[in-house]
Design a protein around this ligand. Structure first.
Ligand SMILES: NC(=O)c1ccc[n+]([C@@H]2O[C@H](COP(=O)([O-])OP(=O)(O)OC[C@H]3O[C@@H](n4cnc5c(N)ncnc54)[C@H](O)[C@@H]3O)[C@@H](O)[C@H]2O)c1
Length: 387
């Protein structure tokens, strides 16, 4: 991890939400990095606080462990890293931004276009920058794909797929309830996929967005994300027959495990999107193909932390009937999070960073909303059809 720019003192950082993402991704990296000093940790749930607190609510380094964002002193915080359940992203980030505290907000940044506007207003009102947490762009193999894509001529089409063999997060908890998560695999994995597409496609608006969702795997106990220590799984029995295609099926779960979308940008490029928390596959696989006027390129790898992953990333370029494999640097699982974190201190001081996260989030959530609307319209037609 890189050291802070010489002129910058360590960023005094508060971590908000002390669940899996904070404890597995952010806190260990923040505590290791000389560019940050973790000064506070906030969680209303005693279990979250207990996981990071020492005696008297403070650990050996003097970290304040608090129950509410309202207890933070804005004068003592340079950055809040927010990793709360999705439905609280907007409210918690708005509260912090309005107080003038810069926010690094986990994906999905927002769950509706209306939330995107509230975040934009809070960023303006507080004069503090909103930064967005979706790290896959910082993977070495994705960067390799970006470099190859520069030599493919005009990008015409991008296929984005992240399909896990098994990997439903926190089944029965907030991740699988629409009112708390905003959706299933689309808003969770699809957010990352749309994020990595920005450098490939540019920022033209999506003119069309349609899609389908299904939930054939979500109630199967074997579909859960084994790398998480979630304890909400009691309600779902293994269901070898599957739950049918109705996302409203299993008790406590009403989101999709699989989403497929087709998007077209205003400048005439198309995107196929496939996000799956579980599938018929054996290995969790991410596959990105870029079709250009002068050739195509495909990256096969595994995003995220699943141990059920491809042995290595493979990047190929195809032109004139020949497919060549290109070298991809190997790196530790999670290296992209180190790289993203290392950029934050400078971004806090970069006036050009203001408004950028929300511009991208507006476009991403707009596409996601429209894919969901399209999928629900078809479900409603199916349900109202005479039997
Ligand atoms: N970037 C990634 O790769 C990645 C990976 C996993 C999760 N995430 C994201 O991180 C976020 C958290 O996910 P998770 O898996 O850690 O969930 P989690 O349920 O394990 O943890 C969420 C924590 O937030 C706490 N919380 C609830 N309300 C709060 C509030 N008002 N203030 C402070 N804390 C509050 C909860 O008590 C809990 O401890 C989600 O948005 C998720 O999408 C991102």
């Amino acid at each position: 991890m890189s050291a802070p720019s010489p002129a910058l003192p360590p960023v005094r950082t508060a971590v908000i939400g002390l669940g899996w993402a904070a404890r597995s991704i952010w806190l260990p990296r923040l505590l290791r990095s000389p560019a940050f000093t973790v000064t506070a940790a906030v969680d209303p749930d005693e279990r979250g606080r207990a996981a990071v607190a020492g005696p008297q609510g403070a650990d050996a380094t003097g970290l304040s462990v608090l129950a509410a964002v309202a207890d933070l002193d804005p004068a003592e915080v340079d950055l809040a890293v927010v990793a709360v359940p999705n439905h609280l992203h907007c409210a918690v980030a708005c509260e912090l931004l309005t107080k003038g505290i810069p926010v690094f907000l986990e994906k999905p940044v927002c769950l509706t276009s209306e939330e995107a506007e509230r975040l934009a207003a809070a960023e303006r009102a507080g004069g503090a920058v909103l930064l967005a947490g979706s790290a896959a762009r910082y993977r070495a193999d994705v960067r390799g794909l970006y470099r190859v894509a520069e030599r493919l001529g005009e990008v015409r089409h991008v296929e984005l797929a992240w399909v896990r063999a098994r990997g439903v997060p926190d089944r029965g908890g907030w991740f699988t309830q629409r009112s708390l998560a905003g959706g299933g695999a689309l808003v969770d994995l699809g957010w990352h996929l749309l994020d990595i597409a920005v450098p490939l496609l540019g920022t033209a608006a999506f003119r069309h967005a349609i899609g389908t969702v299904s939930a054939d795997f979500i109630t199967q106990a074997s579909s859960r994300a084994a790398w998480r220590d979630d304890d909400n799984d009691a309600e779902g029995d293994d269901n070898d027959a599957g739950s049918g295609g109705d996302a409203a099926g299993g008790g406590g779960t009403d989101v999709e495990d699989t989403a497929r979308g087709f998007l077209v940008t205003d400048d005439g490029r198309s995107v196929v999107l496939h996000a799956g928390w579980a599938s018929h596959e054996a290995v969790d696989t991410t596959r990105v193909t870029v079709d250009g006027s002068a050739g195509s390129a495909t990256l096969r790898c595994t995003f995220g932390f699943s141990p059920n992953r491809l042995g290595r990333s493979a990047l190929t370029r195809t032109a004139d009937g020949t497919t060549r494999e290109l070298a991809v640097p190997t790196e530790r699982v999670g290296a992209e999070y180190d790289r993203q974190l290392a950029l934050l201190p400078d971004l806090l001081h970069d006036p050009a960073a203001r408004g950028r996260a929300i511009d991208e989030a507006r476009r991403t959530i707009g596409a996601i909303e429209r894919v969901y609307t399209s999928a629900r319209t078809v479900q409603e037609v199916r349900e109202s059809a005479p039997v």
